[in-house]
Ligand binder design. Structure first.
Ligand SMILES: [Zn+2]
Length: 567
């Protein structure tokens, strides 16, 4: 309290006098060496933001009495040493405190999401985060998050603001920093050697656990995601299917042919009525002559992986992210053959799949009156001008509708009130406030709304059958965890993702005119639905349905190939 003004405080402490006293008062500051601050911060993150990592690591390595404590201590030392190294390299003089402030907030945010949803912050997840809409991100804000931030970031930030770094010459700074780096390296090596056997098996069999080390996971994954994005922008996509051309069914056809592809969001097969879910979540589709594929694997567990993969010639069977991101998509191949391609988005964009092609990147809120609010539209807005489009369609067309679907965690916001049939439903984006039953109810109600959307699409396409040969394909991009094994949302690394995140619904409907033009035997295709399928089938199935010929086409991956008369 020595820095309090020596002048006695006036008895009536109000008005300008009080203000000047308050301004002059200075909370005590602590002078610290930068290296001390670095170690304190690294220790703090180890204790405050890494409980999920330690829990997962101990769970993965069988507990053996005392060695559990050895392992835990060694991991704690290693995590602290790792962050000490990171800060030693990045946190020089003027940047150190701002860097610590940012990383402390990042660590608190990451810790909250890892604990709440059991997510892994790998580069795919960070790419998802970076490409989220403000509205999507806003739905993750909750009272629990605010409280978590206040405790885990607010308090340390107040303390950090009271720290003054010891002044020192650059020679001394370099000397101390080198000593810290050396010390951290030695500690890291010692920790690794102390538990080498279990650690080696941990890193071999559970590599994904490194994405729980907070905040290093965010720093690493963000830089990887940003680097990949920059590379993607710098290099034009490699053109594929340069030989694509229309097949014989195009010749002399006066009638327009339209294939609508609905790219679903976060719908999982486990909750899809048509695929055997105990609840009827697809009552409208159940009454229509659609083909349901109950055994479909997604390419990824998040939108950023699945959407580009879905439109690539080779997806999960030979997964290569840089090839998929570096090449044109199915839509470019179709456009090259003369298909009029159009992408309409009600979500976070086409992930490069529709680059340079026509589309509506944002829905026409005025046209879809009553369906849009606060910058977000219900999925029915995707269909708002469908009649007019079908009335004026010419030639062969491919329309992609990218749904908001079951995008969580605010499932209840994905459907209008009339679809809240399973009650009580969770109306909050903070899943911690709801019971598992309420969460599943809200999720299922959003599926009911997708069922409604697809049935409406089918009806409209069928109504125009006199003029247009039409068909639709619906497939979800990935599934969702709804509390199974304590997991929520999606985005787990594919290798360890549960079935709930990788089994997705897929539905097809081919109007009679469309089936005849594509020479598809519908009874045969219905029989094919009983076999397993995957996102890898989409590229080749669409080429087959629209009769686009290219050497990229692999009949083995065309779901309808065995059901078509040879041409
Ligand atoms: Zn998605």
């Amino acid at each position: 309290m020595s820095n309090l003004p020596s002048r006695p405080r006036p008895p009536a402490a109000r008005g300008p006098v009080r203000t000047s006293a308050a301004v002059r008062w200075r909370a005590p500051t602590v002078e610290l060496a930068p290296e001390t601050l670095i170690v304190v911060a690294a220790l703090y993150w180890t204790l405050a933001a890494n409980s999920s990592f330690f829990r997962a690591a101990l769970h993965a390595v069988p507990a053996q009495g005392a060695s559990t404590w050895t392992l835990l201590s060694a991991l704690a030392v290693a995590v602290t040493a790792l962050h000490t190294l990171l800060l030693s390299l990045l946190g020089w003089r003027r940047v150190l405190q701002p860097l610590l402030a940012v990383l402390t907030v990042v660590a608190a945010l990451a810790g909250h999401f890892i604990q709440s949803f059991q997510v892994f912050l790998d580069p795919d997840m960070l790419r998802n985060v970076l490409h989220s809409h403000a509205a999507e991100a806003g739905e993750l804000l909750s009272f629990t998050l605010a409280l978590h931030l206040l405790v885990y970031a607010g308090l340390p930030l107040v303390l950090l603001a009271r720290v003054r770094l010891e002044p020192r010459s650059w020679r001394r700074a370099l000397l101390f920093r080198s000593a810290l780096v050396l010390g951290a390296l030695l500690a890291l090596v010692a920790a690794v050697l102390a538990v080498f056997q279990p650690l080696a098996s941990l890193m071999r069999n559970h590599r994904e656990l490194r994405y729980l080390i907070t905040p290093a996971n965010v720093v690493y994954s963000t830089s990887r995601a940003v680097a990949a994005d920059v590379k993607g922008h710098e290099q034009p996509r490699e053109a594929i299917g340069l030989d694509s051309r229309p097949g014989p069914s195009w010749a002399g056809a006066g009638r327009p042919r339209v294939l609508v592809l609905v790219v679903g969001e976060t719908a999982r097969a486990a909750n899809w009525g048509l695929s055997g879910y105990a609840r009827q979540t697809t009552p409208q589709l159940a009454g229509l002559p659609v083909l349901n594929f109950p055994e479909v694997r997604s390419c990824g567990t998040n939108t950023e992986v699945s959407v580009p993969c879905l439109f690539a010639p080779r997806g999960r069977r030979d997964y290569d992210e840089s090839r998929i991101r570096g090449q044109e998509s199915l839509l470019h191949v179709l456009a090259r053959a003369g298909v009029a391609v159009h992408w309409r988005d009600n979500q976070s964009g086409c992930k490069g799949v529709c680059d340079g092609l026509p589309g509506d990147r944002a829905l026409d809120a005025a046209g879809a009156s009553g369906l849009c609010r606060d910058g977000q539209c219900l999925d029915e807005a995707l269909l708002h001008d469908l009649d007019a489009r079908l009335d004026t369609a010419r030639g062969t067309q491919m329309w992609v509708l990218h749904q908001l679907g079951n995008h969580g965690p605010a499932y209840a916001r994905r459907h209008p009130p009339a679809f809240a049939r399973f009650e009580p439903e969770c109306t909050s984006g903070d899943l911690g406030q709801c019971s598992r039953e309420q969460i599943v109810n809200a999720y299922d109600n959003a599926i009911l709304y997708t069922d409604h959307l697809l049935a409406m699409l089918q009806r409209k396409l069928a109504e125009h059958a006199g003029r247009v040969d039409a068909a639709f394909v619906y497939v979800s991009d990935h599934g969702e965890s709804l509390g199974e094994s304590g997991l929520y949302l999606h985005g787990l690394p594919y290798a360890i993702a549960p079935e709930q995140q990788t089994r997705v619904p897929m539905v097809m409907w081919l109007g009679d005119g469309f089936a005849a033009r594509s020479q598809v035997d519908l009874a045969c295709l219905r029989a094919r639905t009983r076999q397993a399928a995957s996102h890898d089938h989409l590229f080749h199935t669409v080429l087959g349905l629209l009769d686009v010929r290219t050497t990229l086409y692999e009949p083995d991956w065309d779901l309808a190939a065995g059901c078509r008369a040879a041409t």
